[in-house]
Design a protein around this ligand. Structure first.
Ligand code: C2E
Ligand code: CA
Ligand code: CA
Length: 837
């Protein structure tokens, strides 16, 4: 209904009330004063209606009223009949106690009979009940849970009642729902958890993937993770490990290749051996058959009368026919000179009763112009004319068998590649000779030769050329063989020489020298001239060992020493070499441990500005945390073993960490110089790794200086200059370390793009010696400054030196005069010192 403000109905959607006047109706009067009004209307019990009226307002003035009837049941159904159980229901009572809505339609419009509700209505009317209440009440003998809500706007009381028994059932539902919700929550939480844990599992998965590919042999896969957390350090360790593995693997591969080659050689040898053995077996079979077939020659020698009978077959075998020949004559005619003794001895032994029968193998020059091996067998015939000595015997051609035996012996005792005796032959020979040492007190010696850089030749030129080189070297060595010198191939590129007798050491030196000299001119290998040198270790017998094992081991130790001292030389074994070797092994072990447990630390020595006394920079010097081994001792070992590469990165990283720490503390940092050895420069990842450290700790590259010795620079100058250029491109400063200790030409300074030269302590000391040439310094500083290089002097211990060097324009000073290398805390303290200059 739309009603104007005079109560006239303007619009009625039902069309029944148009034109009616509602000006006296309660709802009209209420809405006219700007209220929303609601009232149930009971025209009859079946169609209870709710009248709602509301003002229509324009500019804060009521201009009419909008009213509508709602089927109360329908609203009731909608709002109050969401019954859960059979006995739950809700109903509405107005403040007069009239039931406005009840699921039992009959009761709509009647007065409520429930005492409890009447009570509540009373309390509502007297203003005692505030808004809502609930509780368990007994109504008509059943216990119910009832909730009342008083709705102020309409003055209605809404009652919800339910049997307790049913409610409990509901609560079970609620339990079920709780469990369900809990589960849902758990699933959600799990999902969230999974998302969160992905931040952990992702790096793990990456690591696992990296490890998987490593497992599949793809060793170039690194675990990329750049954060500086546990995963960061894990990734570093892993990558370090993988890198090591890769280099080991590459070495292994090379070794493996060598091995397979040797294996093939061996297999071929073995096959031939088997074949020869088979042939031997066949020939033995033949021999048996031959024997049975009576192919052997027969003789009978009447020793007493010196009469000799020989069979036709005998004559056939030796290719002569003898009539009335004497035994001695026969032997002289046919038996090979060197074997005569063997035969005669065997005869005598048997005739004297020392052997059961005569048995020997001798060579015979046959009448056919060939030399054949014969097996001679015979026995004294007893009892037959007892006063006469008669020897009956047979002769058998065993040449074929002998040849197979020779082949077998060759295969077992010679190296097929070089035709030299092999390791086994050498060992047996040496063993024989050792017995002689005991008995006769003769002095002997063993040389162990190892070619220098053979692996390089093999790797770069291929196995064919490697083999050829070994053959050529062997040929040269064979030139040294005589009755006193026995030479064998020990395996790979190692040879052994046994000197069976010597009187004076100088004899040995002469042999060693001449071998080294022979190799000097290079060797033509398939049209290519290859320079190979050799290092020789010498062990004396019995002084340096009495067993094969000790002698070879000690010769080997001496050989290693010769290599360490620059190769291409010989070295006699000394017992302290073993100590030295053991010490080195010990140091190597320590270094590996330190790499794994961060057992190194850096100490810092300041470089002082000669003019201002300020700290210009620090040099980082490595120390082992809990052992006193000086770098002068362990750095060479690290270089020899290649560990220096990893140690070097450790140092660079540690320096970067230190700079970062000082930056974070707000300290005005100075550049830190790190020492880089020649071996490190050979590592192809050097520049990249240094850059990584700088990036990782977000430091300016000018804060890292690299000190490279001039000898390292010279070693591979073109490549190293390239490396230096790359470092400079990044912004890293370069110092040429140990200047004045090696290379004498100053020329190279002009093409190495360095920033500093560091004059070595020994150079300065020499200069200040009594007749030292101080004027050299002028030239050096002049040239350096011309080339824009700053001059740093190292090892300044006294003030006079300092004053002099300063006056000659040396820019920075480092030495005990100012400070020894100090721990980082102390370095931090002296960073802002002004030293006396
Ligand atoms: P270097 O690069 O010539 O280092 C200078 C050496 O001289 C240091 O010995 C230092 O302690 C010492 N020194 C400094 N001032 C004086 C002085 O006034 N008088 C005397 N007598 N000596 C002084 P340190 O620390 O024993 O190092 C020895 C060598 O070990 C270094 O010689 C360097 O070649 C090598 N080294 C040290 N740390 C590292 C490193 O981290 N990496 C590499 N590759 N080599 C390192
Ligand atoms: Ca240095
Ligand atoms: Ca130095």
């Amino acid at each position: 209904l739309l009603i104007d403000k005079n109560g006239q109905v303007l619009i009625d959607t039902e069309g029944t009330a148009e034109g009616k006047d509602y000006s006296n109706e309660e709802f009209f009067r209420n809405s006219l004063i700007n209220k929303v009004f609601m009232k149930p209307i009971y025209s009859d019990k079946d169609t209870a209606k709710l009248l709602i009226s509301a003002p229509v307002v324009l500019n804060k003035e009521v201009i009419g009223i909008y009213a509508a009837y709602f089927d109360i049941e329908k609203i009731g159904m909608k709002f109050f009949s969401y019954e859960v159980g059979k006995n739950r229901y809700s109903y509405i009572v107005d403040k007069n106690g009239t039931i406005l809505y009840h699921p039992d339609r009959q009761r709509i419009g009647t007065k409520v009979e429930n005492e409890l509700i009447n009570n509540i209505i009373n309390r509502v009317n007297t203003g005692k009940m505030i808004t809502e209440t609930s509780g368990i009440y007994e109504y008509r003998g059943t216990k119910k849970y009832m909730a009342f809500k008083y709705m102020k706007d309409t003055d209605w009381l809404v009652i919800v009642a339910q049997d307790l028994t049913e409610l409990y059932a509901v609560s079970r539902n609620i339990t079920f729902i709780s469990v369900f919700v809990l589960l849902l929550f758990l699933i959600l939480a799990t999902k969230l958890g999974i998302n969160f844990s992905k931040t952990i599992t992702n790096p793990l998965t990456n690591l696992m993937n990296a490890m998987k590919s490593a497992e599949e042999g793809k060793l170039d896969e690194e675990f990329i993770y750049t954060d500086n957390d546990e995963f960061g350090s894990l990734s570093k360790t892993y990558n370090g490990m993988i890198k090591k593995l890769r280099s080991n693997y590459e070495e292994l591969e090379a070794l493996y290749e060598e091995l397979t080659a040797t294996e093939e050689e061996l297999r071929a040898q073995y096959d031939t051996l088997i074949e020869s053995e088979e042939q031997l077996r066949i020939s033995e079979e033949r021999y048996r058959i031959a024997l049975e077939a009576g192919k052997n020659g027969i003789f009978e020698w009447n020793i007493t009368k010196d009469e000799l009978f020989i069979s036709e077959q005998f004559e056939m075998l030796v290719g002569y026919s003898f009539k009335g020949i004497k035994m001695k004559e026969l032997i002289d005619t046919i038996v090979v000179e060197e074997d005569k003794n063997i035969l005669v001895q065997s005869f005598n032994e048997h005739i004297n009763g020392n052997t059961k029968c005569l048995e020997c193998e001798v060579r015979i020059n046959t009448g056919y112009g060939t030399t054949r091996w014969m097996f001679v067998k015979g026995r004294l015939i007893n009892g037959y004319m007892a006063e006469q000595k008669i020897l009956a015997g047979s002769l058998m051609d065993i040449t074929e068998r002998k040849e197979y035996e020779e082949d077998i012996k060759y295969l077992a005792y010679y190296d097929p590649l070089t035709d030299l005796p092999n390791r086994r032959y050498f060992i047996e020979e040496l063993e024989k000779e050792l017995n002689e040492v005991e008995i006769k007190g003769i002095k002997k010696a063993v040389f162990l030769l190892d070619l220098d850089n053979f692996k390089k030749v093999n790797d770069s030129l291929g196995h064919d050329k490697g083999d050829e080189l070994l053959r050529k070297v062997s040929t040269i060595l064979k030139g040294h063989i005589d009755e006193n010198v026995f030479i064998a191939r020990f395996g790979g590129d190692e040879f052994l020489i046994l000197i069976k007798h010597f009187e004076e050491i100088k004899q040995l030196k002469k042999i060693a020298k001449s071998i080294i000299e022979d190799l000097k001119d290079g060797i033509d290998v398939l049209g290519k001239n290859i320079y190979t040198t050799t290092s020789i270790g010498i062990a004396l017998i019995p002084d340096d060992g009495k067993t094969v094992r000790d002698i070879i081991k000690n010769a080997d130790t001496a050989m290693y020493k010769a290599k360490a001292e620059g190769k291409n030389k010989y070295m006699f074994f000394k017992s302290d070499m073993i100590d030295e070797l053991e010490k080195k092994i010990e140091i190597e072990k320590t270094l590996v441990e330190c790499l794994n447990n961060r057992g190194f630390k850096l100490v810092y020595q300041p470089q002082i500005d000669s003019n201002t006394g300020e700290v210009h920079a620090f040099e980082a010097l490595i120390r082992i945390k809990d052992k006193f081994i000086s770098p002068a001792e362990f750095i060479p070992v690290a270089e020899e073993t290649g560990l220096i590469v990893d140690i070097g990165y450790y140092v660079v990283e540690e320096a970067a960490i230190q700079i970062r720490e000082w930056l974070d503390k707000g300290i005005e940092v100075r550049p830190i110089g790190v020492n880089v050895s020649a071996v490190q420069l050979r590592d192809e990842h050097f520049v990249e790794k240094v850059k990584q450290a700088i990036d990782k700790y977000k430091i300016s590259p000018e804060l890292i200086k690299v000190e490279i010795t001039e000898s390292a620079l010279m070693e591979n100058s073109e490549r190293n200059i390239k490396i230096i250029k790359e470092l400079k491109e990044i912004g890293i400063k370069i110092a040429i370390d140990d200047f004045g200790t090696g290379y004498s030409s100053l020329n190279y300074l002009t093409y190495i793009p360095a920033d500093y030269i560091k004059l070595d302590k020994s150079f300065i000391d020499k200069m200040f010696a009594v007749d030292g040439k101080k004027q050299v310094l002028d030239g050096v500083t002049f040239l350096a400054h011309q080339l824009n290089l700053k001059v740093v002097v190292e090892g300044i211990e006294d003030r006079d030196q300092f004053k002099y060097l300063k006056s000659k324009g040396c820019d920075y000073m480092q030495g005990y005069l100012f400070s020894k290398p100090v721990e980082k805390e102390e370095a931090e303290r002296i960073i802002s010192f002004i030293f006396e200059v």
